[in-house]
Design a protein around this ligand. Structure first.
Ligand SMILES: C[S@@+](CC[C@H](N)C(=O)[O-])C[C@H]1O[C@@H](n2cnc3c(N)ncnc32)[C@H](O)[C@@H]1O
Length: 287
């Protein structure tokens, strides 16, 4: 096993994307409270135009479209075809929303068109985030707002810290990726996020912590909920790719270890695990 394996970046166009489609409803339930906090920070008004970056299966795009109404518009952009396919399939005909398969960091976007640049956990995967934000800024109107939610560091997020700790000694030891390597935790350092946005030309950058308990496992009983939490972790969570190619005995040992550590988390017919995010806002200069 190579060093990258445990921390592999999701292949959004491939298996990770397919799995996110399979577990769309569950993942939406886990991320809902974070997305709502970012939407409140964005404060979309009737008639506004919103760019939803890394929109995935589109839950936030649909919420935003409901907020801006028929006179407004939402464009959801995502690099993953399967995820955009699901987003299109679930969008009601009369919603003012369009979905596009594209790399948001480089695709041609209408210039000066949007009032809001929004994202729910979709902006941490760019190779060159400053260039990506500078590119996306050109699609914004003067004075437009930015609002997104991203994860804080791995060490603060129990949904990844606990299972990663549990499998130590079962899988060969590996070094985590650099804190700035593209991936879910690459915006963990708020100073870095501020530097990226400022260098990309944004002003009024504000970054606030937002913590919430994530319903990671659910079931009729606590045991069923624990089994479910382990399944989510191994199928779609932080260990999914690293364990995919492991022999059955390693997978069984890893499952047991993750289940044991999750047993310490609260919940009656659920397993509630802490998530730690930043709500980031900024502004495109007025001229
Ligand atoms: C953690 S998921 C969040 C999806 C969605 N916003 C949600 O909350 O359900 C990250 C998303 O970013 C997308 N993504 C990654 N890099 C991207 C890029 N360069 N351009 C557009 N989308 C990208 C992935 O395909 C994935 O759907």
């Amino acid at each position: 096993m190579t060093e990258e394996n445990v921390y592999q970046v999701a292949d959004w166009k491939g298996q990770s994307g397919e799995r996110w489609v399979t577990y769309q409803a569950r993942l939406d339930a886990m991320m809902a409270v974070f997305g709502q906090a970012a939407i409140e920070a964005a404060a979309p008004a009737t008639g506004e135009r919103v760019l939803d970056v890394g929109c995935g299966t589109g839950a936030s795009s649909l919420d935003l479209a409901a907020r801006v109404g028929a006179g407004g518009h939402v464009l959801g952009v995502d690099i993953s075809e399967p995820l955009i396919g699901r987003a299109r399939a679930r969008a009601p005909q009369d919603m003012p929303v369009l979905f596009q398969v594209a790399d948001a960091s480089s695709t041609e976007l209408p210039e000066g068109a949007f009032d809001i640049l929004f994202s729910r956990f979709g902006v941490m995967f760019f190779d060159d985030p400053t260039a990506a934000f500078a590119h996306m800024r050109r699609a914004l109107k003067p004075g437009a707002r930015v609002a997104f939610v991203c994860w804080r560091g791995m060490a603060e997020n129990d949904w990844v810290r606990l299972p990663m700790g549990a499998i130590k000694g079962i899988l060969p030891p590996t070094a985590p990726p650099g804190p700035e390597a593209p991936g879910p935790f690459s915006f963990g350092d708020q100073g870095r996020v501020a530097r990226i946005l400022t260098a990309a030309g944004f002003t009024d950058v504000a970054i606030a912590p937002f913590d919430a308990s994530i319903p990671f496992g659910k079931g009729e009983t606590r045991d069923a909920a624990l089994d479910d939490a382990v399944k989510m972790t191994l199928e779609v969570g932080p260990l999914a790719r690293s364990l995919a190619d492991q022999p059955d005995d390693i997978r069984a040992r890893a499952s047991a270890a993750v289940r044991a550590v999750f047993a310490g988390c609260p919940g009656e017919r659920s397993v509630m695990i802490n998530g730690a995010a930043w709500i980031v806002t900024a502004r495109n200069p007025a001229s």
